[in-house]
Design a binder for this molecule. Structure first.
Ligand code: F6R
Length: 365
């Protein structure tokens, strides 16, 4: 039931503080990572692996890309990420020394399942990150990590995404710790910052009127662009997908630095650009990208942490999110994106929970 909410989507957006609190508490005990044997790799298994792949579709793929970032930055292992429908048909050089991670809310997505079967045939070690216990992908993978998001009814994925990111981050920390690339103190520090995320999301949710206003200001745009660098680019892609699938407005995400290599030609007077600007280490670059956009007439809406609110000097509108560490910003920056998409869809009179042409679980290839 929608429990008094107008749509499942808004109910599921608002459930995120609770489900994230739950998933975080399940995955550690007093800051010691607590992954079950069937959902983690032993040191011996890790030593038998020399390549890691992550594959998935849509929003689950974006979570996978955040997971790639975490594994690369914490465990210092390169990770190859590829969309499942591509993974299936490309030579990915997967072999019996590869670990392939599959991310799927439903655990039934045809392309992800086919990629899993292909990887297994080759003899790779397989690990599923999924929300649905007993799903095909959970049954067929060697290892399975559950996301504990609870049932997700709305077609557009929200709470599954944030719980997938948390689950992948715990996997990354576990691998990094076993390989001695990070210390228990670093793990504790990350988890302590993670524990603040649910109440920080509650803080963001209080500003729903601000997001409704922004949704209203962009709902009639011909095209809306999302920009970001590094982890922010992943959040940009997720925001662009969320808005297009339920508002039917054309959206596209660009890596900030790539704009001037062609895409900036699309910017006209008043074109809305959502600039995801949370990565403190590269903020200067983001500011100059924003300035290039403003100079071409774009309306720049920046998503930035409170500590970086000076970004407002190179933005028309600023959406402030609470301060966290760079690694965790995707979990906060995605919330305004979800709400803007939701309100745009409502204002346009669309079928929010069942957008046209889409199915919750894509069991055809
Ligand atoms: C977007 C969305 C889809 C799914 C994709 C994969 O909001 O929901 O992009 O993420 O179809 O589905 P699962 O995770 O069930 O494999």
């Amino acid at each position: 039931s929608k429990e008094g909410y107008d749509h499942f989507l808004i109910k599921e957006i608002y459930e995120q503080p609770r489900v994230l609190r739950e998933v975080i508490s399940i995955k550690h005990n007093n800051y010691v990572i607590n992954l079950p044997l069937e959902g983690s790799l032993s040191l011996e298994e890790l030593k038998n692996i020399n390549k890691i792949y992550i594959t998935a579709c849509g929003t689950a793929f974006h979570a996978g890309e955040a997971g790639k970032y975490a594994i690369e930055n914490l465990a210092k292992i390169p990770v190859i990420s590829e969309i499942a429908s591509e993974f299936r048909y490309k030579n990915m050089f997967v072999d019996d020394k590869s670990l392939v991670v599959f991310v799927s809310q439903s655990g039934e997505t045809a392309d992800t399942l086919a990629a899993l079967r292909k990887a297994k045939t080759i003899g790779a070690k397989t690990l599923a990150i999924t929300n649905v216990v007993g799903s095909s992908i959970s049954r067929e993978a060697d290892k399975v990590v559950y996301c504990y998001a609870g049932p997700e009814i709305s077609v557009a994925s929200t709470k599954a995404y944030t719980t997938q990111v948390i689950s992948l981050y715990f996997l990354a920390m576990d691998i990094a710790l076993k390989l001695k690339e990070i210390t228990q103190d670093q793990v504790k520090d990350i988890i302590q910052n993670m524990e603040k995320i649910p109440s920080q999301i509650e803080e963001i949710l209080k500003h729903k009127d601000e997001f409704k206003k922004i949704a209203n200001s962009i709902k009639d745009a011909k095209s809306i662009f999302y920009t970001g660098r590094s982890l922010d680019y992943i959040t940009a892609k997720e925001g662009a997908l969320k808005l297009k699938e339920i508002s039917y407005i054309h959206t596209e995400a660009f890596p900030s630095g790539e704009l001037k290599h062609g895409s900036i030609a699309l910017i006209e007077e008043g074109t809305p650009v959502i600039s995801v600007a949370t990565q403190s280490s590269i903020l200067e670059k983001t500011i100059s990208n924003n300035q290039e956009l403003l100079a071409r007439g774009a309306t720049v809406i920046s998503i930035a942490e409170e500590k970086n609110k000076f970004i407002k000097d190179s933005s028309d509108v600023i959406i402030e999110i609470p301060d966290t560490i760079d690694l965790l910003t995707p979990l906060l920056a995605v919330i305004p994106e979800q709400l803007i998409a939701y309100y745009a869809s409502v204002l346009l009179g669309n079928d929010v929970d069942k957008p046209r042409n889409l199915a919750k679980s894509v069991t055809v290839e």
